[in-house]
Design a protein around this ligand. Sequence first.
Ligand SMILES: CC(C)(COP(=O)(O)OP(=O)(O)OC[C@H]1O[C@@H](n2cnc3c(N)ncnc32)[C@H](O)[C@@H]1OP(=O)(O)O)[C@@H](O)C(=O)NCCC(=O)NCCS
Length: 226
Amino acid sequence: MPHIIDSENVLGVNFREEIPQYTTMGSTDQYLYDPSLLNSLDFRKSPAILKPFITAADPGEPWMKVRPLRESDYDKGFLQLLSQLTAVGNVSRVDFLRTFAGMKARGDYFVTVIEDTRKQLIIGAATLVIEHKFIHDCGLKARLEDVVVNDTYRGKQLGKLITVTVTLLAQELGCYKMALECKDKLIPFYASLGYVLEPGNSNMMQIRYETVKKNNTNGAHNTNIS
Ligand SMILES: CC(C)(COP(=O)(O)OP(=O)(O)OC[C@H]1O[C@@H](n2cnc3c(N)ncnc32)[C@H](O)[C@@H]1OP(=O)(O)O)[C@@H](O)C(=O)NCCC(=O)NCCS
């Protein structure tokens, strides 16, 4: 049975939203995007040094799976993993599924994860977000967001693996460039994967809002945390 949720969209208009009932049997356990997109990525195109050589399709261990985010990842420690990156807040299952459904409907969010299938645990994640532009012949610009590896699995190439995966995916989807923001200490990490600090064009600026509107277009609760 679906949940019906009374919500309010960004324009303040009330609407009723249907969210599929979650089942642990996975009957509605959808992928965020088509997993076959990850099978044909050519890791030889990346300047990353991967020793041993690993790819999204063959991550080097039988118990390791690189795939799109799934609805059931709420129960596989996905949010706990993100909490090793920044504050996550109290995200209920309904909030998670609503945000997931909104991302899936938009089709521009490629949240990608690594699962330790022995433990049914999400141990790595990175997100590709695609922006639609009028410039560059109505081109597509990619953004790299929310890269994180579980602290007990770090130093085993998983950071490279998940970042190269979404970087190659952006190219495969027709983006003309991919950009990221990171702490200065991680510049060498991203540089080793092909990201470049362009002279005169390497500043990140932002404005943080003191107050945050409670309902975004997903109806999910946002906070100023990343
Ligand atoms: C950054 C992060 C994803 C790297 O994951 P990882 O699985 O340990 O990375 P890898 O094993 O693939 O290591 C890749 C290389 O980056 C280097 N590296 C990893 N983390 C680093 C860090 N915090 N600072 C500097 N260099 C780092 C490694 O030394 C390694 O270098 P090498 O190839 O010369 O040996 C992981 O440390 C992490 O989740 N950090 C917390 C969240 C975070 O800061 N995310 C980035 C947001 S922009």
